[in-house]
Design a protein. Structure first.
Length: 242
């Protein structure tokens, strides 16, 4: 059963069609991939889902509720959280303070308060050792983990991650894939936009391929890797297609 449903989304910028009748589903307990070349419309779709951009057509539903006309903060309250391509941390705050702030605003600290919530999340993402370091002193790879922890501090039901592995080395990316699996296993619907195809194929249960604003294919990693339309679009060949 899908928790997040996007249907018939169309976005135009003047005469340019950025998204053309796009649909996407994300189920709780799974990592759903959204891949495609630069300019395919992936971030535009995330902007529509989170309410930063109004589509000319289409709808966004979370657990059956229509969110299409809701403001971004109301979607966040409904259970949506997101990270961005460009780092959006509070650079002068420590790693812990960044996460505590999100927990305090959401009031999700439980018996341990925002500090307790932040501590648990920093342990989850592997940042306890730099909890009191200013976030602008971190490497890009570790800073992205702060963004992830901050998003998780809001207890999201749907977690949208826009190129979260950018800036990570091979070891960090491998650990990150395992982390996403653990997060999804808690019942979160994770939607991953990522250019690291090894991470996508090893982590996602289902993948949507977006090309020139249209959904080109949807399937399991194995199905996507042998899909004729995908092979023709990206490799210029159907060799290996079933």
């Amino acid at each position: 059963m899908s928790l997040l449903k996007v249907r018939n989304v169309t976005v135009r910028f003047g005469g340019n069609v950025a998204l053309d009748n796009v649909a996407l589903d994300a189920a709780p307990g799974e990592v759903t991939g959204l891949i495609g070349p630069n300019g395919a419309g992936k971030t535009t779709l995330f902007n529509v889902i989170t309410g930063l951009l109004a589509p000319q057509r289409g709808e966004v539903r979370l657990d059956g509720a229509d969110l299409t006309r809701l403001a971004p903060f109301r979607r966040a309250r409904a259970g949506m959280a997101r990270t961005f391509q460009r780092l959006e941390l509070f650079g002068l705050l420590t790693v812990r303070e960044n996460v505590e702030l999100a927990a305090a605003l959401r009031r999700t600290g439980g018996s341990g308060g925002a500090a307790g919530k932040a501590g648990a999340l920093l342990e989850l993402v592997g940042l306890s050792d730099v909890a009191d370091v200013r976030s602008d002193e971190l490497s890009t790879g570790r800073a992205r983990l702060v963004e992830l922890a901050r998003a998780l501090a809001t207890d999201p039901r749907v977690l949208l991650l826009d190129e979260p592995a950018s800036g990570q080395d091979e070891t960090e990316t491998e650990a990150f894939g395992l982390l996403l699996g653990r997060i999804a296993a808690e019942g979160v619907a994770v939607v991953l936009v990522e250019h690291d195809m090894q991470l996508v194929m090893q982590t996602c249960q289902r993948i949507h391929v977006l090309d020139f604003g249209r959904i080109l294919a949807v399937g399991t990693p194995q199905e996507i890797q042998t899909d004729r339309a995908v092979l023709e679009a990206y490799l210029g060949t159907t060799e290996g297609a079933a």
